[in-house]
Write a protein that binds this ligand. Structure first.
Ligand code: ADP
Ligand code: NA
Length: 339
């Protein structure tokens, strides 16, 4: 039996922050390196720079190339191994657009209007301003996944409806264009519920996000991190010295929970509650814990940051390999459709 396939992607938004790491990249690396008992790989992994997807929310492409190189540099630094996992730009593999067009005929506009993630993204759903492409982004996503016969989709619990659209499109295609033996070209992918650590913003907002300017970048060094940590919002919004604190509502404590060892977290919780540990020292410990975890990434990052041509070559190689798989799927698609 062949390995399960995973396709994951991110829009090229530039240098990544530690939320991208705990919420996606770390899991990507784990999936890439997961093995089965005989020592082989559990999954074949493909990582997509979703540059077309970035057009759904901004048409400005001034920085798209720099952002792509910066983002892929972070992927490589974090341990994505281009030998194991093709890394490629969506726009360089034309089969994405071709399958997107076919799939766009297999789902109704009203089904896409009911997509719950669209409702999260666009506060007031206004059909006068929403583009056709933005409405159709789950269709492009279905093409992204199914071109590589992705059959496992790692998602957080809240994103299951997303995978459902891909499943519906696969089913619809198979029913409409069955193969001679009655089977279908596509397998309906299964969501794989994965725990993603959602990181709060430095300002205490529910999400660390570039657009909110409340991030610690993966490329930030110890001094940058300490500088940013000074401004991090704590439980009371004030810097406590020796009055009792409330770790359960403290942003800095939530970072400790992710980046500090368990026994340290337990000690910090106790000392915060008792007032023995003030915010200044707690923040210093937190910065150090984050820096410690990022240090190996920084060493790797330096290698690639000094060699942007190497990153470009990795993309070109990934694109060639991706195109090979994608074209083989498209031949099946065209065959089934008699095109
Ligand atoms: P998109 O490109 O889908 O708009 P983002 O660029 O915001 O999403 O994020 C890319 C990936 O990183 C997604 O898988 C997202 O869930 C994850 N991510 C982004 N910010 C955070 C965060 N603060 N905490 C956890 N995960 C995050
Ligand atoms: Na993304």
């Amino acid at each position: 039996m062949s390995n399960k396939r995973i396709l994951s992607g991110m829009r090229p938004t530039g240098k990544l922050h530690i939320g991208h790491y705990t919420g996606a990249l770390e899991n990507w690396v784990n999936h890439q390196n997961a093995t089965v008992p005989d020592g082989g790989r559990r999954y074949d992994t493909f990582f997509l720079v979703a540059d077309y997807h970035s057009l759904t929310t901004s048409l400005d492409t001034t920085d798209i190339d720099t952002n792509t190189i910066d983002m892929v540099t972070d992927w490589l630094a974090a341990g994505i191994d281009p030998e194991k996992s093709p890394i490629f730009r969506q726009s360089r593999v034309k089969q994405h657009t071709e399958l997107f067009l076919v799939f766009s005929m297999l789902i109704t506009a009203s089904r896409l209007e009911r997509n719950p993630t669209l409702k999260d993204q666009v506060r007031d759903l206004n059909m006068e301003t929403l583009t056709y492409g933005h409405l159709g982004y789950p269709v492009l996503q279905a093409a992204d996944i199914l071109l590589y016969k992705g059959n496992t989709v790692p998602v957080g619990e809240d994103q299951i409806p997303h995978v459902e659209i891909t499943r519906e499109i696969a089913r619809r295609f198979n029913n409409q264009y069955p193969l001679g033996d009655g089977s279908g070209v596509f397998e309906e992918p299964e969501p794989k519920i994965t725990r993603f650590a959602r990181l709060l913003g430095l300002d205490g907002k529910a999400k660390m996000s570039k657009s909110l300017g409340n991030t610690i970048l993966l490329s930030d060094g110890p001094d940058d991190i300490m500088q940013k940590m000074r401004k991090a919002v704590t439980d009371t919004g004030k810097i406590r010295k020796n009055d009792p604190g409330h770790p359960e509502v403290c942003t800095v404590f939530s970072y400790h929970e992710r980046f500090s060892p368990a026994d340290t977290v337990a000690a910090i919780e106790q000392d915060c509650r008792s007032g023995a540990l003030g915010c200044v020292d707690c923040k210093k410990m937190c910065s150090a814990a984050i820096s410690r975890e990022l240090q190996p990434l920084h060493e790797q990052r330096k290698i690639y940051a000094e060699r942007p041509d190497m990153v470009r070559d990795i993309l070109i190689d990934g694109e060639e390999r991706a195109r090979h798989v994608a074209e083989s799927t498209m031949q099946e698609v065209r065959g089934a459709m008699k095109l």
